[in-house]
Design a protein around this ligand. Structure first.
Ligand code: HEM
Length: 223
């Protein structure tokens, strides 16, 4: 893991814009001005505390936001827990490796917001995740930027909706381009967004075949 580089910072700012642009007409930076004017500071304080406990807060929160936004939009549906008769997004195999510190960040920030009587039940977890992502970027050395607010939390969360909607490490360029294009993102956007991997880690089973199956003379690693 390391500090964010400029490409990553740019990519994340871009991701926030592009993920949210389709609904930007309904979003505004002062969305909570009347009902919870201090929401940004409340979230920032919680995120700062988490960051001071563990740097994992940074990659965990960034990836959580990405996995939330690519499935059913940025509606915090990735945070919803499964019930007896519903397997939620977070229990889909593609989400099982989401680091717990991302969830913990949002849950703690939401609790802190709701502890203020004026703010109770007024701020969506979707907005808190968007703010927390901005905050971890700032805390890890990136620039600050305004986050437009007003997202609604999803009313459903189903593991089935994750199927085929998150990129796999085995994807070739066409598959990656196609998936990002389905979200209105170009190849250049996809490459820039992939710089998010400047921070965080990957389990060996996600890439070991690309190291140990390499044959001299081939132009690219096997997938
Ligand atoms: C381009 C297609 C992408 C593929 C194929 C991909 C795949 C992966 C894989 C396989 C891992 C390792 C997971 C594990 O072993 O636990 C990972 C980690 C990560 N990904 Fe992606 N990813 C993609 C795009 C993105 C984007 C767009 C973002 C955010 C803007 C992102 C953010 C992250 C972060 C921060 C981690 C590290 C998580 C941690 O350390 O907890 N990824 N990704």
């Amino acid at each position: 893991m390391g500090r964010l580089n400029p490409i990553l910072v740019w990519s994340l700012c871009l991701s926030l814009c592009l993920f949210l642009c389709p609904t930007s007409a309904q979003l505004k930076t002062n969305f909570y001005a009347n009902v919870c004017p201090n929401v940004e500071n409340i979230v920032k304080n919680v995120v700062t505390q988490k960051f001071q406990q563990t740097f994992v807060t940074v990659p965990a929160t960034i990836r959580l936001f990405f996995h939330d936004c690519f499935v059913q939009g940025c509606d915090a549906s990735v945070i919803v827990a499964s019930t007896g008769n519903n397997k939620a997004e977070k229990d889909h195999p593609d989400n099982l490796s989401l680091a717990g510190d991302g969830f913990d960040t949002v849950i703690k920030a939401k609790a802190a917001v709701d502890a203020v009587p004026q703010c109770k039940n007024k701020v969506s977890c979707a907005d808190i995740l968007a703010l927390a992502t901005r905050d971890v970027i700032v805390l890890s050395g990136g620039p600050s930027y305004a986050v437009e607010l007003g997202r609604l939390d999803g009313l459903s969360s189903s593991s089935k909706n994750v199927d085929g909607n998150l990129p796999q490490p085995t994807f070739n360029l066409n598959q990656l381009n196609s998936m990002f294009a389905s979200h209105g993102l170009s190849q250049a956007d996809m490459v820039a967004l992939s710089a998010a991997h400047t921070v965080g880690f990957s389990h060996c089973n996600k890439f070991s075949n690309r190291i140990y199956s390499f044959s001299p003379g081939t132009q690219w690693t096997p997938v």
